[in-house]
Write a new protein. Sequence first.
Length: 257
Amino acid sequence: MKKIELNYIHDNSVAQIILNDPKANVLDKIMLLELVDVFKVLTSKKDIKLITFEGAGDHFSYGASVEEHQKENAAEMLKAFHQIFYDLIDLSIPTLAKISGFCLGGGCELALMCNFLFVDQSAKLGQPEIILGVFPPPASLLLPLKIGYTKAEELNITGKTISAQEATELGLINGIFPDKTALANGVNEFIERQILPKSASSLRYTVKAVRSDFNEVILNRLPKLEKMYLDELMETTDANEGIMAFLQKRKPKWLNS
C-alpha cells in the first residue's frame, strides 16, 4: 500500500495529499520519495490552484524517521527530505496544511512550508529534535521567517511542543476549529471562497512574488545547514547518542562533545 494518497477535489482544482501511514504518519524514505513523485505529476497539472496536506488517522505526522537519521543513513535521508522543500518552491502552487493531533519534527516543517495552516483544538506542534541531540535544518530557517527570532529560537532550542491555541497566538495559524469535522468544513469554505475564484496561473505568480525573499533564504541556506548537520553535528558523540537512546527507549548519556 502506498504511503501517499493523492486525490483531486473541488472539480480537480485542488490536489489533496494525504500522509497515509497511521498512526504516526512518519516521513520515512518511502513516503518522501512518493511525495517527490507526486510533485512531479503536479508539474504538468496547470489547473491546480491549491495543494492540501493532511494526515490519515488522528495525527498529521510525528515527523521524519529517527531510525533513518542514524549516521550511516543521515545523508540519504536529509537529501530526500530537503528535496520536498525545493520541489514545493519550484511548483509555486499555493499550499495548505490541515493539522489534527501531533505535528512534530519533519511533519511540522512540512506544515511550516505551507502558505496556510489550519488546525483543530487537538493539534500539537513542535520541533523536538534537540531532545535527540540534533537540530532541524528547515525549521531553523522557516520558524524565524514565519514568527520572528524570539519565539523561533525558543521552539528550536527547547524542543517544546505547543498547543493549537499557542500556535495561533504566535501567528502561525490561519484558522482554528473545535474538532476535525469543523476543520474539514472550515477549510472547504476557505477554499471555495478564497482560492477557487482565482486564476491558477496568477496564483502561482503571486506565490513566487510574495515568497521571493522566503525562497531565496531556503534555497541558499538550507544546503549549508544540511552540510553542517552531516559534516559537523553527526561527527559528535552526543548527536549519535541521542538518536540511539531514543531508538533504545532510554535516557541519553550526554558527554557534551
